[in-house]
Design a protein around this ligand. Structure first.
Ligand code: NAD
Ligand code: 2HG
Length: 526
């Protein structure tokens, strides 16, 4: 079996490492404890790399990583990844966008409360100096204060909601969202940045990019209230650090709560010398819950991308994901999985692929086409990705077409894929329920309701008594446990999708094919 090399460049939770270690077709390399120069040597063998914010994915890294197909940023911010460099080399970069949201939100609230009550200093006086001097610690309350939230995404909007429960007066500035996203939650919305500068406390939750670097500097601070409190649990450099230091020294800024620094690790930073700062060492994502979840998601996504099955949360696709509404994303993933499933169950030359969509999703057929092509070709073509999929399909002479239908099957949105191969025609359709529950609802004309996940046998058979028993016996003889058995019946026969715990060998498939009522048996894995 050929193995995919996955290199873990930074510390991630053991739960993800165990997944990598226990995956048969993965050669897992733990490189978190070696220095970044030695990493350049290790990374040359990597098919996929997992990094956190401690590893810069820069020109040097990418030049060394000559095999790399995908990179997973085990976190949200990807300002340390040279995205253009990845795209030029056909490397797909992905992040894990929501697993640490709550951790970052709660650290933001921690800094806010710590600044208002000078908590670390009061704590230090009693614990380290053994001084009981209550008159030193008259803090201020969050209650009734005006909070400005810059960036109303996953973290910003949750910080705003928590601040509301402290009965704060909350206003947000985020020109990239509809105002109703805030106002529906009872939070004021502004497109005038000056409204934020007028707040008692300001917290920032934007990505770090050309537009947001130094978003708050001397000029903006000069317009703020005397005694303002500033919180930054997003990225160092969003607040100009020199301006921050100057104004903390002068007392214009009463307190700052800082988790992130322009240059990290920051053990010799002027902010650390000031008495009116609470600091943490980029701990926004550091909860056990969040690190476990990030690590598990990063490991699973690394395995899927190494196998070419899916690239969840890809950041540098030929299509601009930021322009795709969130309801489309699960359809994109589902489309790729469905194409991958069909291609596995009919391992033969593909002549044409048609991708049809109905409902609002039909507006995004172009994106679905790329993903279906990747899924279809991943079985037979090494190194297929979104950047080269259409080119490779053309080279292989596969005709790819799309069709758009108005809503006619009763589903709000549905995607169908039709493969014409040298053996005949295969069809598959799927939909998404409740925003993100992906389901295959049709396979070769048979109605179904199955999750596109796991190891599965797809069996066509005559609809006669005893088939299920014979299948069960055959699998049991090979010590294969059945996790689920879905049957669909029609006049001319039945189709079963059997989810199994172990991979079915070619011998097992032959034995199933030998069942008298069996018409065809295929194995697929997603
Ligand atoms: N301290 C930590 O450990 C930690 C943990 C997680 C995330 N982060 C940082 O927090 C950032 C935000 O995370 P998120 O999950 O909320 O991301 P998100 O993508 O859900 O939200 C970012 C929001 O910022 C808005 N935005 C972008 N440019 C803006 C601008 N110029 N002005 C105002 N708003 C702007 C976007 O419209 C979006 O709503 C990440 O990019 C990451 O750098 C830090
Ligand atoms: O823990 C990390 O690597 C960084 C976490 C955080 O800054 C992120 O962007 O997700």
């Amino acid at each position: 079996m050929s193995k995919h090399t996955i290199v873990v460049c930074d510390h991630i939770h053991d739960a993800g490492l165990e997944i990598l270690q226990n995956t048969e077709d993965v050669n897992y390399v733990y490189a978190a404890d070696i220095d970044k120069v030695a990493l350049l040597d290790v990374i040359k063998d990597a098919d996929v790399a997992i990094t956190r914010s401690s590893t810069d994915v820069d020109e040097k890294f990418l030049n060394a990583a000559t095999n790399l197909k995908a990179i997973i940023r085990a976190g949200v911010g990807y300002d340390n990844v040279d995205m253009e460099g990845c795209s030029k080399r056909g490397i797909i970069a992905m992040n894990v966008p929501t697993a640490n949201t709550i951790a970052a939100v709660e650290l933001t609230m921690t800094h806010m409360l710590s600044c208002m009550r000078k908590f670390p200093y009061a704590h230090g006086q009693l614990k380290d100096q053994r001084i009981w001097k209550r008159e030193d610690w008259y803090g201020r309350e969050l209650y009734g204060k005006k909070l400005g939230v810059i960036g109303f995404g996953n973290i910003g909007h949750r910080v705003a909601l928590r601040a509301k429960s402290f009965e704060m007066d909350v206003i947000t500035y985020d020109p990239y969202i509809p105002s109703t996203k805030a106002t529906d939650l009872g939070i004021k919305y502004t497109t005038n940045f000056e409204d934020i500068l007028d707040c008692d406390i300001i917290t920032i939750h934007t990505p770090k990019n050309k537009e947001t670097i130094d978003m708050i500097g001397e000029e903006e601070i000069a317009k703020m209230k005397d005694g303002v409190v500033l919180i930054n649990c997003a990225r160092g450099g969003l607040y100009n650090e020199d301006a921050l230091v100057n104004n903390l020294k002068s007392g214009k800024i009463a307190m700052a709560g800082i988790d992130v620094f322009k240059k990290e690790p920051a053990t010799d930073h002027p902010l650390l010398d000031l008495p009116n700062v609470t600091v943490t060492a980029h701990l926004g994502a550091n909860t056990k819950e969040s690190q476990r979840e990030i690590s598990v998601q990063a490991a699973n996504n690394a395995i899927e991308s190494a196998r070419g099955i899916a690239y969840p949360n890809a950041l540098n696709l030929p299509i601009d994901e930021s322009k795709i509404p969130s309801f489309v994303k699960p359809y994109i993933e589902l489309t790729q999985k469905m194409a991958f499933l069909i291609a596995q169950s009919d391992k033969t030359e593909i002549r044409s692929i048609n991708i049809a969509a109905e409902g609002e999703i039909a507006e995004y057929l172009e994106s679905l086409e790329t993903f279906a092509t990747v899924g279809a070709l991943a079985v037979s073509t090494e190194d297929i990705n979104y950047v080269n999929a259409n080119f490779i399909a053309e080279e292989k002479g596969i005709e790819i077409t799309t069709s758009k239908f108005s809503n006619h099957s009763g589903y709000q949105n549905k995607v169908s894929i039709k493969f014409t191969t040298s053996k005949g025609v295969q069809t598959i359709s799927g939909t998404v329920f409740n925003d993100d529950v992906q389901r295959i609802v049709e396979l070769n004309g048979f109605a179904l309701d199955i999750e596109p996940q796991g190891k599965m046998l797809i069996m066509r058979n005559e609809d006669v008594p005893g088939v299920i028993g014979e299948v069960g016996k055959t699998l049991a003889n090979s010590n294969i446990n059945i996790a689920d058995f879905r049957l669909s019946r029609q006049k001319d026969g039945a189709l079963a999708v059997i989810l199994i715990d172990e991979k079915a060998s070619s011998n097992v498939i032959k034995e199933l094919e030998n069942i008298q009522a069996a018409k065809s048996v295929a194995y697929a894995e997603i």
